[in-house]
Design a protein around this ligand. Structure first.
Ligand code: FAD
Ligand code: MLT
Ligand code: ZN
Length: 538
């Protein structure tokens, strides 16, 4: 056992050396926080077709929605200043009309950027009274086409509502505007000794309101739980302009229906979230990250079971990645993989977070020593300092960008019982091979391959089908096959990214008729004119 652990330490030293060689690059990619420029850099150079054209057989503009007229613009100009309005300027509108994957593109001519809840209320009431459809938008990093318009819906961007309202250092309760960028909220909390209970690769662009609207899960749900638990209250502008105020600070409150829950995960279909009250945990004093190589998916599960048993309260993340996802990431980052001894079918990232470094180090090393001793782990490294921790995380957090580097990516974000989880990736690869999709003119095949990675700790697989170009032919091979497969295993077709436009016709694979009926009733009750984010969700 002791011998094995030493071997592990040697491996971690080699990581140190590797990082020394690439210091600049390492700092450059330490965290993946896509910005507007990165978004265009990593996506296909071709212009994105309008979603309304790509999916013409599935969606058509509902004539009940009015088109924008001059008098509407005059009204909006009376509510917010000219500089908070983008109208008819294709270049400036592009960022708001195209999604992060460059798969979906809307045709909105108008973006409004209110600064106050009162302004949101006036805008929404006017839109509701005049049948003008709207799309609430945060950082536009959503992955299901929910944040962009399909036709000419008005985009209401929350980006100008970006203030921290208050923080209570005793309870750890943060109250902020919906447009605060996740990374900024976390930075603010860092100075107070606290941490935001959500972390994800798009933290540099996504907004707290957007996170709540799609009930994002992220990298540490295993430790901090879902937003359904940590959000204590919300401020939401309803379609008729009413301001629903529940910016509470109570962990326990059993007085009536928990209304805020309706808006967590509602993806902009019931109202616009303008404020969030959220319970934040103390920032861990000590963190460790280990990166392990294992021989098969069966072993990934065994290591997970052992890590929960042995690391218990200090385990804060357990992520897995298959070989292809790591090959792509290496190419994308232009770096050697940190595990240098060869290629392995699966990799695992384990993070511990606690309050006592010595205690956590000992626990982790004992666990890893046992895992090696029992033949579960083929090779592994432990980060020795904060910069190595960030570098190891980048091998996981860079996968979404790496998966788009060849042109585009079909994303399926699914919950499946752990034992079956990776089977979906294998079966999709078989299905793609069988389909033998015709070659492009230059002789290359459009499909690169299906890769798998995700949050094992939450039973959440990210199946990404990396393609050179989005094409109906490929989509037909994948859908409804993927959804049927998930349904046959009693899984969910959306673990954390939501339904948006991509999955609105497939909700029936995860919810029964009665559930869908009740959702429709709720939607009709709060948004009887259907102005909120139409053509999506249900
Ligand atoms: P947008 O993309 O702007 O909007 C998302 C949805 O919410 C849309 O339907 C929109 O209409 C609605 N919405 C936005 N703001 C509001 C508001 N204030 N009120 C009402 N509705 C609103 N997701 C995960 O769950 N886990 C991950 O680990 C994860 N990692 C990611 C990594 C990358 C690189 C990327 C690009 C995305 C990732 N995502 C992940 C997707 C994820 O959902 C988002 O990044 C984030 O939560 C969306 O926030 P946003 O502000 O960008 O929202
Ligand atoms: C992730 O876990 O990296 C995100 O959910 C984004 C993705 O699935 O690509
Ligand atoms: Zn994820």
């Amino acid at each position: 056992m002791y011998k094995r652990l030493r071997a592990l330490r040697q491996a971690s030293n080699s990581l140190k050396a590797n990082i020394g060689l690439h210091t600049n690059v390492a700092t450059q990619f330490a965290r993946v926080n896509p910005t507007v420029s990165q978004i265009s850099k990593y996506s296909t150079a071709k212009s994105v077709p309008y979603t309304a054209d790509t999916y013409a057989s599935k969606v058509s503009r509902d004539p009940k929605y009015k088109q924008i007229e001059n008098k509407d613009l005059e009204y909006f100009s009376s509510v917010i200043p000219e500089q908070s309005i983008i109208f008819n300027n294709e270049n400036d509108l592009l960022f708001y009309n195209e999604d992060w994957m460059r798969k979906y593109k809307g045709q909105s001519k108008l973006v409004l950027k209110p600064k106050t809840t009162e302004q949101v209320s006036q805008i929404l009431k006017y839109c509701n009274d005049n049948n003008l459809a709207v799309v609430p938008q945060g950082g536009n990093t959503g992955l299901v086409g929910g944040s962009i318009p399909i036709f000419d819906e008005i985009i209401i961007s929350l980006s100008s509502m970006n203030s921290i309202r208050s923080f209570d250092p005793v309870s750890g309760i943060l109250k902020c505007d919906a447009g605060v960028i996740l990374e900024n909220a976390d930075q603010y909390l860092r100075d107070e000794g606290y941490i935001f209970p959500l972390d994800l690769g798009a933290k540099g662009s996504c907004q707290i309101g957007g996170n709540v609207a799609c009930n994002a899960g992220g990298l540490r749900l295993l430790r901090y739980g879902s937003l359904h638990g940590s959000v204590l209250g919300l401020e939401v502008v309803l379609p008729d302009g009413q301001i629903y105020n529940s910016m509470h600070s109570l962990r326990k409150d059993n007085t009536g229906y928990d209304l805020k829950q309706l808006f967590i995960g509602s993806e902009g279909t019931l109202g616009i979230i303008t404020g969030v009250s959220i319970l934040c945990p103390s920032r861990p004093q000590a963190s460790n990250v280990a990166f392990l190589a294992v021989k098969d998916y069966e072993t990934v599960q065994k290591v997970f079971v052992e890590s929960r048993k042995e690391l218990s309260e200090i385990l804060s993340a357990f992520e897995f990645m298959d070989l292809k996802s790591q090959q792509l990431t290496a190419k994308h980052l232009g770096l050697e993989h940190p595990i240098e001894s060869g290629e392995y079918p699966f990799y695992i990232l384990i993070e511990t977070s606690g309050s006592n470094k010595d205690h956590d180090d000992e626990k982790l090393e004992t666990f890893l020593g046992n895992a090696m001793e029992n033949g579960l782990v083929e090779d592994g490294i432990i980060a020795q300092d904060e910069s190595q921790i960030q570098s190891l995380w980048s091998w996981r957090e860079s996968i979404p960008e790496a998966s788009t580097m060849n042109g585009g990516v079909y994303k399926y974000d699914v919950s499946i019982p752990l034992k079956d989880l990776y089977g979906l990736v294998e079966d999709v690869n078989t299905k793609l091979a069988e389909a033998n999709i015709v070659d492009f003119e230059d002789g290359s095949k459009p499909v690169v391959s299906a890769i798998g990675y995700g949050h094992i700790g939450d039973g959440n697989l990210h199946l990404n089908v990396c393609v050179r170009e989005y094409s109906p032919e490929i989509e037909k091979v994948l859908e409804p096959f993927v959804y049927e497969w998930i349904s046959s295993k009693n899984g969910s077709i959306s673990a954390e990214h939501g339904l948006g436009f991509q999955k609105k016709n497939y909700i029936g694979y995860s919810k029964n008729d009665q559930e869908i009926q009740m959702m429709k009733q709720i939607k009709n009750h709060y948004d009887p004119n259907g102005i909120m984010n139409p053509y999506k969700y249900i």
